[in-house]
Design a binder for this molecule. Structure first.
Ligand code: AMP
Ligand code: GLY
Length: 447
């Protein structure tokens, strides 16, 4: 099969790497792709939001199946467009992608179908929102309705911060039309868990759980980013909690979308908070998370291409899907200044000509390859990924690989996985760590 993967970040690199293991796959194309994917796919350079060019490319190049990975093309209707010309896709259509495309839609859906989430109010008038904030409980959370590159959420610790966020959305329009409707919601506390799931509208198959690190700085400080690192599985997400989530969140969401005539097929991402009153939904995404995918797909025991095809044909229940034991960790190396302002085109050192280093797998996000050299080409640059029997083992290996890669201004968090380690009993950690990580690589490979 010829496969087209829409997108050009670390998540897409992880999807491509996993698809390549399938005997069904002949050739993979990426739109646009990036400098570090060239070893695994033909990078077309076509922009992920250029739906006309993507559709034309798919028709002209005998694409048998398309995987639409990022939120923007999904919300714009890339799947509808490709399927209209007979190209089967992995990913929800426009009607279902609204689950991520509109926070107002997703909050109203959860309310209607009694799916646990934070209490909220919706506003389309700034004065009413500001009036409400005068007496609202603080901290509070202000969310722009539409997509905002993962930056549309402000967790306001003071009334002033909340007011500033409302004005930024509704007066200054920093997120454009995305901010003309806003949600103001209850501040929740508890460990956060990302659960990506496969669904075909009939069954939901959760993938191994993971933990993202969204803030730019150590100790969860500074502004939110797309994600600075991930670990899988997430030790806070016990089998008992998983069952509660299946019964109260995952299946009810799938059924709610069916009932609304918006059957969701693809990867449904549940951003959860484990509160004292039980797990609650913080956000839905209509796609694989980034950088969650970089730690989840390496643990998949199954054929990703077969899974994608089965979802398209609504027969996911027939496919065997398993998960490796052990842990996988990803440390993101970013450009200095990200997520605000950063330079591109900085030469990178320490990787081989395929963009790799020994002992890890490097998922490329914002990189460019020119004349035998790699250069930075985005905010998040690389996802340095390792697996091992233990979380500490995987982290040690990821950080060792990070230390081999250099570029001017590089920034990475030094505390990826520390919160997760706190949830694990120390004694069992030490014991397990003695099972040498090399055994693990022998059994499972590095990615
Ligand atoms: P989102 O872009 O929806 O993932 O939100 C970004 C981050 O804001 C989340 O990962 C949470 O850490 C935080 N957040 C979002 N909603 C809430 C909430 N209701 N209470 C506390 N924190 C929240
Ligand atoms: N890492 C969070 C997201 O993909 O939205």
């Amino acid at each position: 099969m010829n496969i087209l993967v829409v997108g050009g970040g670390g998540r897409e690199h992880a999807i491509i790497k996993s698809l390549k293991k399938s005997p069904r796959v002949t050739q993979i194309y990426a739109a646009p792709g990036n400098g570090g994917m060239a070893a695994d796919a033909i990078c077309t350079g076509i922009g992920a939001k250029d739906l006309d060019a993507i559709t034309a490319f798919a028709q002209d190049n005998a694409i048998d199946f398309a995987v639409v990975a990022p939120d923007d093309p999904l919300v714009l209707g890339a799947v509808d467009k490709l399927e209209a010309v007979g190209i089967p896709c992995f990913g929800p259509n426009k009607d279902a992608a609204i689950l991520e495309g509109s926070k107002v839609f997703s909050k109203d859906l959860m309310k209607k179908y009694h799916i646990p989430t934070a209490q909220y109010q919706v506003f389309d008038d700034m004065d009413r929102a500001l009036e409400y904030l005068k007496t609202a409980p603080i901290p509070t959370v202000v969310k722009a309705d539409g997509l905002a590159l993962g930056k549309g959420v402000t967790v306001a610790m003071t009334r002033q911060e909340a007011e500033d966020a409302v004005r930024a959305c509704m007066e200054d329009k920093v997120f454009g039309e995305s901010g003309s409707h806003i949600v103001i919601e209850e501040f929740l506390t508890g460990p956060e868990v990302s659960v990506l799931s496969f669904t075909d509208g009939k069954v939901v198959v959760p993938m191994v759980s993971s933990m993202d690190h969204k803030r730019i700085g150590d100790g969860d400080t500074g502004p939110n980013t797309g994600g600075m690192g991930t670990v899988a599985p997430n030790p806070y997400y016990t089998a008992e909690i998983a069952q509660v989530c299946m019964d109260t969140i995952f299946l009810p969401t799938m059924r709610a979308m069916n009932a609304e005539g918006r059957t969701f097929k693809g990867c449904l991402y549940f951003g959860l908070m484990l509160t004292e009153k039980g797990p609650k939904v913080i956000e839905y995404n209509c796609r694989f998370g980034d950088p969650e995918t970089q730690v989840v797909l390496p643990m998949l025991e199954g054929d990703l291409c077969e899974i994608f095809e089965a979802i398209y044909e609504h027969r996911l229940a027939d496919v065997k899907i398993g998960w490796k034991s052990g842990y996988c960790t990803c440390v993101v190396m970013a450009s200095g200044g990200y997520p605000v302002k950063y330079k591109k085109g900085i030469e990178m050192f320490g990787m081989d000509d395929k963009g790799q280093v020994d002992g890890a797998f490097i998922y490329h996000a914002g990189t460019k390859y020119e004349d035998g050299k790699f250069y930075t080409n985005g905010g998040r640059v690389l996802g340095v990924t390792c697996n091992a029997y233990t979380l500490q083992g995987a982290l040690d290996k990821s950080y060792e690989a990070v230390s081999k890669i250099k570029f001017e201004g590089e920034h990475f968090r030094k505390d990826i996985g520390q919160k997760a380690l706190k949830a694990l009993p120390k004694d069992s950690l030490d014991l397990e760590y003695k099972q040498d990580m090399e055994d693990y690589i022998e059994e499972n490979g590095v990615s």
